[in-house]
Design a protein around this ligand. Structure first.
Ligand SMILES: Nc1ncnc2c1ncn2[C@@H]1O[C@H](COP(=O)(O)OP(=O)(O)OP(=O)(O)O)[C@@H](O)[C@H]1O
Ligand SMILES: CC(=O)N[C@H]1[C@@H]2OC[C@@H](O2)[C@@H](O)[C@@H]1O[C@H](C)C(=O)O
Length: 365
């Protein structure tokens, strides 16, 4: 009889579009997705997490209750996932939980990165071991603490004999270049969907530009694009990582000095994401580009990427059998598995850490 090694991955990313939960079988060399669900944030908690992602009033008093409520949501999501998969807590080896990033300041004299979520509460409520706090060990060795998914991308997508790229387009976008010689590069390229989300929220009160409709209605403004691309983050060398405390509505509003219509701004923001991603991949002459994260559902963004990266083939990770919506959550299940195997989860060449480390801390029920 086949034996399983089941891990749960939980990711709630910078878009705050909900909590991604996956059940993954790690008994095979390539982790297999067994079940998945998107658990919604209660409206008030979403608003509070969004507020905490920028400098705001009374942060500590607000963070405490927010991280407890977040853990309760994670636990409710786990309970639903187990019910739907007809499994018990005792069937699961561990949960790998990213937590919610509320601040990421990887540079300066005192770098730090906060992923909140009361992990003791999550372990207590689920009765399952939780592995969390994945970023700070890498930072203790001088790394950026991000991106961490390149190690998983290498395990899941690398192909000997060809240069491939994997692009995650969430709120922020990050790339992994998996080279034919087995080495890996990776970093955050800048905004993925976050500025487009902010803009459509401001003008149409929608959480995101569904199907890229607003971007499709606009015309690219080359001058605005060039101005935005002048931001020093885009030309900064790797290792580098960024977040919502940098690419946010005030950043965009600072760029908008002339008269440009709202739809033209949205079209240009879409190209900004595509162009900043493509500029980073182009030098490596990759044959295939696999895209994951919510950006795969934005046809204008995918079209721009294909146009800018041709002759490389741009497609969703679905094309190689890994569900594009769940790659990040699968990566955190895999990082929990890597913790149990005493296997490093970071790639020093990516994060800039002085050494490869086993990432995470264990919380026992
Ligand atoms: N149907 C759609 N049309 C257009 N855009 C979409 C669609 N579905 C999702 N998206 C975009 O994808 C985003 C969510 O992507 P994802 O869940 O990968 O982000 P995240 O994991 O929260 O962020 P990060 O990877 O930065 O942590 C949404 O905010 C939206 O901009
Ligand atoms: C600090 C933080 O939460 N960073 C996220 C964010 O979302 C995308 C990009 O910015 C990436 O650097 C990272 O997430 C993925 C999971 C990572 O660490 O690889």
């Amino acid at each position: 009889m086949k034996s399983y090694s089941l891990y749960i991955g939980i990711m709630s990313g910078t878009s705050l579009d909900g909590i991604d939960l996956v059940l993954v079988d790690c008994s095979e060399p390539s982790p297999q997705l067994v079940h998945s669900l998107l658990y919604p944030f209660p409206t008030e908690l979403k608003a509070e997490l969004s507020a905490l992602a920028q400098p705001t009033d009374n942060e500590i008093e607000r963070m405490g209750p927010a991280e407890l409520q977040l853990a309760q949501c994670y636990a409710a999501g786990v309970s639903l996932l187990l019910r739907q998969a007809d499994l018990n807590a005792s069937d699961i080896q561990a949960i790998g939980c990213h937590g919610q990033t509320i601040r990421h300041r990887p540079t300066g004299p005192y770098p730090f990165s906060y992923q909140i979520g009361n992990m003791h509460q999550l372990a207590a409520e689920t009765g399952i071991r939780v592995i969390a706090d994945f970023r700070r060990k890498d930072m203790a060795y001088g790394g950026q603490g991000a991106p961490l998914v390149p190690a998983f991308h290498q395990a899941a997508f690398a192909k000997s004999g060809s240069n491939r790229a994997v692009v995650n387009i969430g709120g922020i976008a990050n790339i992994s270049v998996l080279k034919a010689d087995g080495t890996v590069l990776g970093f955050d390229t800048g905004p993925g969907n976050c500025l487009m989300d902010d803009w459509v929220q401001l003008h149409r009160q929608q959480a995101y530009d569904d199907n890229g409709a607003m971007a499709a209605a606009g015309t690219l403004q080359p001058e605005l694009l060039q101005k935005m691309l002048q931001d020093p983050y885009f030309s900064q060398p790797a290792p580098k990582s960024t977040g919502r405390e940098y690419f946010h509505l005030p950043w965009l509003q600072q760029q908008l000095t002339g008269e440009v219509s709202a739809v033209d701004v949205q079209r240009t923001l879409c190209r900004l994401s595509a162009q900043s991603i493509a500029d980073c991949i182009k030098p490596y002459q990759v044959s295939d580009v696999y895209v994951c994260g919510g950006g795969v559902h934005h046809p204008v963004l995918m079209h721009d990427l294909q146009q800018l990266l041709a002759p490389a083939q741009v497609e969703s990770t679905n094309a190689v059998g890994i569900a594009a919506d769940w790659v990040e959550a699968i990566a955190f299940a895999w990082l929990a598995w890597a913790y149990d195997q005493n296997q490093p989860g970071n790639i020093p060449e990516v994060t800039g850490a002085r050494k490869a480390c086993v990432l995470g801390i264990e919380y026992r029920p």
